[in-house]
Design a protein around this ligand. Sequence first.
Ligand code: B12
Length: 210
Amino acid sequence: MQDLKPLYDAVLTGDAKTAKTTTEQALAAGVEPLQLVQEFMMPAMAEVGRRFEANEYFVPELLLSARAMKAALELIRPLLVASGTEPVGRVALGTVKGDLHDIGKNLVGAMLEGGGYEVIDLGVNVPPEQFVAAVKEKKANIVAMSALLTTTMPAMKTTIEALQQAGVRQQVKVLVGGAPISQRYAEEIGADGYSESAAGAVAAARKVCA
Ligand code: B12
């Protein structure tokens, strides 16, 4: 198999151009898209996080790495998405209020689409009212929230409360995820499902809707 360490290095060093060309070459050579994400891109992002924590990387490096990851993901995303089938459910997906991290959310969205769900991507920094509106107006039957900051985790609870207050909590299932989230936290705030990975998000969606 082709040496894919350059993809890992490109994400780690924030080299979007190389991330894109290596991904293109790997896909052309028949490497599984998910393998690129799980074995090279995500470990590189994890190392970026470690360096940030160790004060070896700062916000500009994070941004460059995020941009490189996005460039590669743009090529991979369409390949994860299934085509032509009736959606098995409609998901309102967003990163909660105050939080701008969207790499994980985008991956979750692509996997859910690949799993046959219609995804309404509300973007980042999504206030509770916007999730409520998506349920009411777009008839989403799953609300999927992502949070990457310990300071924005409580916005998940606030959103669940807003769904309750709007009288729509019973008609939706709520999924939560993101690096600081755990099964225990999901249960604590009254979410219906949790997964630590994008692949697991599809299984979680199926489970809560079963
Ligand atoms: C890239 C990055 C950024 C980029 C984000 C770019 C972008 N477009 O997303 C930028 C530079 C903007 C950024 C900014 C900040 N960041 Co930042 N960032 C990261 C970093 C390095 C990687 C995150 C990432 O993309 N991971 C890769 C993806 C694929 O993983 P993931 O998001 O966890 O998603 C997976 C799962 O969690 C799950 N999942 C995710 N969402 C969902 C949802 C559902 C429903 C389900 C089921 C599953 C699921 O599936 C995904 C795929 O498997 C992390 C470190 C880390 N290791 O996580 C820090 C990190 C999250 N950031 C951190 C911080 C502190 C910040 C800033 C406050 C820095 C600052 N001083 O300004 C700001 C906050 C800005 C804001 N208001 O949001 C801290 C958070 C600490 C904490 N405990 O809260 C971290 C942990 C770094 C650290 N170790 O200190 N950041």
